[in-house]
Unconditional design. Structure first.
Length: 177
């Protein structure tokens, strides 16, 4: 047993000195304070894709593929550790879910790489058209859009065939030199 009076048994990490324990406790409201904004993001991106992806003929992102909540079931974790694992699984899952929705939206509307590559681009970014490649944009953007619309290799019906009263048709992208 530890005889140092400045060392306490922290419920989430094992032993911790008083200063470390205090820093962890002070951070709790900041960490868990993000739960409501993350839950709002979860609801907002779910509603967004339910409406927009349906209108665009795109398959929806499966939330269950991104929200993986399983670590709290581990018997070797105590209560606070299980709660932290649930929170982290939910928060990271929602962010991954939102990122996939944003990536699909970007592929549909603007599949162009940035002038400077982002440090951690989403999985779809590598297939995007190079920055300043106007000819490539005109040639490849419609195919990239069609690819995101095609669940299991099937081409989605044109939006005007799916949405009654829809009279607008998007013209092909112009090629600029």
């Amino acid at each position: 047993m530890d005889t140092d009076p400045t060392t306490l048994r922290a419920p989430w990490h094992g032993s911790a000195d008083l200063a470390t324990l205090a820093r962890h406790l002070i951070s709790v409201p900041f960490v868990y304070g993000l739960l409501l904004p993350i839950a709002f993001l979860d609801a907002a991106v779910s509603a967004y894709q339910a409406m927009c992806f349906r209108l665009w003929g795109m398959p929806r992102v499966r939330r269950s593929e991104h929200l993986i909540l399983d670590r709290h079931k581990l018997s070797y974790l105590n209560g606070p550790q299980k709660l932290n694992c649930l929170y982290c699984g939910y928060a990271n899952g929602v962010l991954a879910y939102a990122r996939e929705i944003a990536g699909r939206t970007e592929q549909y509307w603007c599949p162009i790489k940035h002038a400077v590559d982002p440090p951690a681009p989403h999985a779809r970014y590598a297939d995007f058209i190079d920055y300043k490649d106007a000819k490539g944009f005109g040639a490849r953007a419609p195919a990239l859009r069609a690819a995101i619309q095609a669940p299991s290799g099937r081409q989605a019906a044109p939006v005007e065939d799916r949405v009654e009263g829809f009279a607008h048709h998007v013209a092909p992208y112009p090629v600029e030199d």
